[in-house]
Write a protein that binds this ligand. Structure first.
Ligand code: ZN
Length: 119
């Protein structure tokens, strides 16, 4: 009998999650800050409030009887953003640390090193 090879796809969990404030590093919205509205772990993309806005024409429907043009936030790649540490207010790289048997996200800046939250 042949052994079945299990093909687990390991998803690298990004250091950011919904509700975090991030800074945009690339593109037309470089330097902007915004709150993460949604995270797509599979595609490593996130949608940030007020960033990468595109105009979209929509047809009249029940939700918007008049139709017209709406602003829509398009997802940006996760590597294009940096988390703003809530403690030191600086863009930082998040590291994961185990403290008291629990995993935490920790600010990676030397002077800060604050625990951001539980993972
Ligand atoms: Zn910090």
């Amino acid at each position: 009998m042949r052994k079945k090879k299990k093909n687990y796809q390991k998803l690298k969990k990004p250091g950011v999650k919904k509700g975090d404030i991030v800074k945009i590093l690339c593109g037309k919205d470089r330097g902007k800050q915004g709150r993460i509205l949604s995270v797509d772990y599979q595609r490593s993309r996130i949608t940030v409030e007020g960033v990468n806005i595109a105009k979209k024409a929509i047809r009249p429907s029940q939700q918007s009887p008049k139709g017209g043009i709406i602003d829509m936030a398009l997802p940006v790649h996760i590597s294009n953003v940096k988390l703003i540490c809530p403690k030191c207010n600086q863009p930082t790289r998040v590291i994961r640390k185990k403290i008291n048997e629990r995993r935490h996200r920790v600010c990676n800046r030397e002077k800060c090193n604050e625990i951001i939250d539980k993972v």
